[in-house]
Design a binder for this molecule. Structure first.
Ligand SMILES: Cc1cc2nc3c(=O)[nH]c(=O)nc-3n(C[C@H](O)[C@H](O)[C@H](O)COP(=O)(O)OP(=O)(O)OC[C@H]3O[C@@H](n4cnc5c(N)ncnc54)[C@H](O)[C@@H]3O)c2cc1C
Length: 238
């Protein structure tokens, strides 16, 4: 890896973030994995490597991109997490708070609040989008500021009520695994670790940064692209 100072964390939405925790390999690992059949390897990434990388991407030769790995810690509302966890192949979603010590290559988990009672955090947007004309689009034009402000206030009230019922249930001795039923789930922030191959990250970025993806996950995909692009600039591209 070049000796540049990496940006480790990008804040997303009102309380979320993506944190680059670890990585293995570089753009050079990708081209050298492709060249192994010729028993050749480059020491420094040059114009020939750039051409080979472009060819691999264009022709969907994906295996070389699986010789590089990134690990990210993500903190996102459950609605984003649910979409993210659909990306199954070549990566694992891991929460070391729920199952400490479990091998991340054999399990994926989220912080379910069954055992953990870290501070509750909720996504409360300040801008609201309209119902789309085409049902295949997630949402349409932004609603007016006044309407948005009304729904922001409503959601804040709803969240506060759910949270206080949750706390009350626990105070009365209800098990956390049941008390959590009171929490407004979709907006609740959850934390997890995602360890994925470079190919897995590229696939996620392609699908989730796209204009047809939900705005809330698109901003996470852009953060992933920026963080992963620091380590694999040629593979991730513009
Ligand atoms: C805009 C958008 C809207 C969506 N809407 C919905 C929705 O309404 N409901 C819903 O349930 N999901 C929805 N999804 C999720 C979508 O169906 C995918 O599950 C998600 O995008 C992950 O992509 P994937 O399956 O390609 O990823 P992965 O499961 O990580 O698979 C990666 C790639 O591996 C290959 N692969 C995976 N499994 C196999 C296999 N068994 N055999 C051979 N090759 C395999 C495929 O090439 C695949 O593309 C949506 C996704 C997007 C981007």
């Amino acid at each position: 890896m070049e000796s540049q100072v990496l940006q480790r964390r990008i804040d997303v939405l009102d309380h979320g973030y993506v944190l680059l925790t670890d990585s293995m390999g570089s753009d050079l690992s990708v081209v050298n994995a492709a060249r192994v059949s010729y028993d050749k390897a480059s020491q420094v990434f040059d114009v020939k490597d750039e051409r080979l990388l472009a060819f691999l991407r264009r022709e969907n030769h994906t295996a070389p991109f699986r010789h590089a790995i990134v690990s990210l810690e993500c903190y996102a509302p459950l609605l984003v997490k649910n979409q993210w966890f659909k990306h199954l192949v070549g990566g694992v979603h891991h929460d070391d708070m729920e199952f400490p010590g479990i091998d991340p290559f054999f399990a994926w988990n989220e912080s379910s609040r069954r055992y953990v009672t870290e501070e509750e955090q909720f996504y409360i947007p300040t801008e609201w989008r309209s119902k789309p004309e085409n049902s295949k689009q997630g949402s349409g034009l932004p609603l007016s500021e006044a309407t948005g402000a009304m729904f922001t206030a409503d959601l804040a009230t709803h969240t506060k009520k759910g949270l206080s019922m949750y706390k009350y249930a626990m105070k009365c001795g209800v098990a956390p695994e049941q008390a959590r039923l009171f929490l407004p789930a979709y907006s609740l922030y959850v934390r997890w670790r995602w360890t994925t191959s470079l190919q897995g990250a590229m696939h996620f970025i392609n699908l989730r940064e796209h204009s047809t993806a939900q705005e809330e996950i698109r901003v996470y995909a852009s953060a992933v692209k920026e963080l992963v692009g620091q380590i694999f600039p040629k593979s991730i591209g513009e």
